[in-house]
Ligand binder design. Structure first.
Ligand code: PRX
Length: 639
């Protein structure tokens, strides 16, 4: 790797890393944005002008907690803002550089992407899809995924992307909840050299999904697949379509997409995002946090099946006219330098990944990174979970050559856009997501709703509305209110614990609810428990998270078996396979303990707090509400 030179390196004073002067002075923004952000309506109103509106809004915000309306009566189209508006100036600029895991490559200019999206929009229209209809996408990381999303947005259909790692059952649940009319999938996708059988999964999901009228199948792998009457192939339906399709005029409040995420109950939540506010939020955060320029090659390694991919592979970067890299597969296939090879090959300048990936890279060793010239990188990002300072420092030094600011971005599926993050001029503290984005007011509250003192841990909340905030939960206003707005009225409850330091920097401590964060993926403990108890051998199950070196958290489960089942290794494997089939690989417990009782309160609630304490080797604390100490002794005995 080239020596980055002393002048442009970060200066470290105490725990703070100060960005080099040449980065700071070349930015288009400075500290003033925080002042401007204090006048919320004026601030977001001015930013909204960066998008193309068919009709300008009458008012920036109408706030009737917990409901907001953003850019009231404004008309726009998300697909138009990602494509059409770039055609004059950037029609021949590369929009998408795609690489498949086996090494196949395709690029699209903005013009080409526009035409492809228009063609697929016409396909959907031919199938009778209208504004407001839902469409489920269950696809690997292939170009057809953003094409299909932008096509939905273009005609006003609401997409619901389901991560390709989810099981048939999880897919079915999401299709049925959204009542989708069309499912778009592929015959398969490549992951670590293997083919994920998406069409087979889809067929299984559709055994009981009556709303689906058609399945559109992208033929990705060349393998045979079962074709049913409802099935169409992507190539055959798109072939003769016209390359023009007028963008539907959408109201700012019209839904853009639904994305399901885990919560504290077994049923996933359908987070609803709307057109105007979401687009304004992701546009400006992508632009300022990653300092996106016309000559940047931007790569976010997330899967589009999660919010990070929606906001920072598709809508944010494309609305900025950026060149986006998209990669299908695993970071260690065929070798552990696949990511660094991609960065070098395409000249990636902005790289956005997750702490769990960084910890793996660190473990694999510096040599893999050093085999490649990464000196063109200028900004790094992380998202998904707290990054431990050691991993931060490694990322900064080995990948960033000590010259790249690291944007530790905190946000959620519900927030739609990054809410807490440095800007490239912000002095950095490893492990802290630093400060709320301009226009955002975050705080840490104690049990009574009072602001915590510096250094004191509490509930992370957002105190004022922001444009990309979720509109509601799909067909479940009640749960929307209950989950986010009831604990502290008028204030958005994030579900995270955090602390603020003397400088007002935020440090995220993890979830404060029954949600585990495994490799940056949110998994509800109840979801895993429900999956476990649906197995005939299981009488009761309790699931908690436990610190894990690479994944951040691992899933640990305690199980009471029904009479007549043997607590052996074979059954453990069967139970793991069962969870994989019920939810997907990401939810499979790392450890299973068979026990004869679980710590419960006298009212019969499982005391996960005790299980968590046992797992992390901490003091068990107050057990006065515990029904019976026997369970705790038994579990301790198994450790
Ligand atoms: O606990 C926080 C963690 O991920 C949760 C949101 O998960 P999800 O909706 O799946 O979205 C992930 C990508 C935006 C949060 O409640 N989280 C996300 N980013 C960070 C983080 N924790 C610490 N630091 C972060 N930068």
């Amino acid at each position: 790797m080239k020596d980055s030179g002393k002048i442009s390196s970060f200066l470290k004073t105490g725990e703070v890393y100060f960005p080099p002067e040449d980065i700071v002075k070349n930015l288009r923004i400075n500290e003033e944005v925080y002042e401007e952000g204090k006048r919320i309506e004026e601030f977001w109103g001015k930013i909204s002008e960066e998008l193309v509106w068919f009709r300008k809004w009458d008012r920036v915000l109408e706030w009737n907690p917990p409901y907001s309306k953003w850019f009231v009566n404004g008309k726009l189209n998300a697909s138009y803002n990602c494509l059409d508006r770039h055609l004059d100036a950037r029609g021949n600029k590369t929009a998408l550089i795609w690489e498949g895991e086996p090494g196949d490559r395709v690029t699209y200019t903005y013009g080409e992407l526009y035409r492809e999206v228009c063609r697929f929009s016409n396909v959907l229209k031919d199938l009778g899809i209208k504004k407001g209809d839902r469409i489920t996408l269950y696809l690997p990381m292939i170009p057809q995924l953003p094409v299909a999303m932008l096509a939905c947005a273009r005609i006003g259909a609401i997409h619901s992307v389901v991560f390709a790692g989810f099981s048939p059952r999880a897919l079915r649940e999401r299709i049925n909840d959204a009542e989708s009319r069309i499912l778009i999938t592929a015959d398969g996708g490549f992951r670590r050299g293997r083919i994920i059988p998406l069409k087979e999964n889809a067929d299984e999901a559709l055994e009981d999904a009556p709303s689906i009228e058609h399945v559109i199948v992208v033929e990705r792998t060349g393998k045979r697949w079962n074709r049913y009457e409802r099935d169409l192939t992507w190539d055959e339906v798109i072939e003769k379509q016209d390359t023009e399709c007028e963008a539907e005029i959408m109201d700012s409040e019209d839904e853009l997409f639904i994305l399901y995420t885990s919560g504290t109950t077994g049923k996933p939540k359908g987070v609803v995002h709307r057109t105007g506010g979401y687009m304004v939020g992701v546009h400006i955060t992508a632009k300022w946090i990653f300092d996106l320029r016309d000559d940047d090659i931007y790569w976010c390694t997330a899967d589009i099946g999660w919010i990070t991919g929606h906001s920072y592979i598709v809508y944010g970067p494309l609305s900025n006219g950026a060149t986006v890299v998209m990669y299908e597969g695993a970071p260690d296939h065929p070798a552990r330098d696949r990511f660094w090879e991609i960065i070098e090959r395409y000249g990636v300048t902005v790289f956005y990944t997750a702490p769990t990936a960084i910890r793996s890279f660190m473990k694999w060793g510096d040599e893999w990174v050093k085999k490649h010239d990464l000196s063109i990188l200028r900004i790094l990002g992380t998202v998904g979970e707290p990054i431990n300072p050691r991993a931060w420092e490694w990322y900064h030094r080995v990948v960033g050559g000590e010259r790249c600011p690291i944007m530790d971005t905190w946000w959620q599926t519900e927030t739609g856009m990054i809410l807490i993050s440095p800007l490239p001029f912000t002095p950095l503290k490893p492990g802290s997501a630093t400060k709320p984005f301009p226009g955002i007011e975050a705080d840490v509250l104690d049990e009574d709703g009072n602001p915590c003192k510096p250094g004191e841990g509490g509930y992370l909340v957002i105190k004022t509305p922001w444009p990309a905030m979720l509109k509601t939960l799909f067909r479940d206003d009640e749960r929307y209110i209950k989950t986010y707005w009831e604990r502290f009225p008028g204030v958005y409850l994030t579900g995270d614990a955090a602390k603020k330091d003397e400088d007002g920097y935020f440090w995220i401590l993890g979830r404060s609810d029954d949600v585990i964060n495994v490799s940056g993926h949110r998994i509800g403990t109840m979801e895993v428990e429900s999956a476990l108890v649906s197995h005939p051998a299981v009488a009761e199950a309790a699931v908690v998270g436990k610190a894990h070196e690479i994944k951040g958290q691992a899933i640990v489960s305690f199980i009471i078996l029904k009479e007549g089942f043997d607590p052996d290794e074979n059954l453990k494997e069967l139970l793991k396979a069962h969870v994989r089939a019920e939810i997907g690989g990401i939810a499979v417990p790392d450890e299973i303990y068979f026990v004869s009782s679980l710590p419960k309160t006298r009212s019969g609630k499982i005391m996960r707090r005790i299980l968590r304490a046992i797992e992390s080797g901490k003091e068990i604390g107050d057990t006065s509400t515990l029904e019976d100490e026997k369970s705790v002794k038994e579990i301790l005995g198994k450790k």
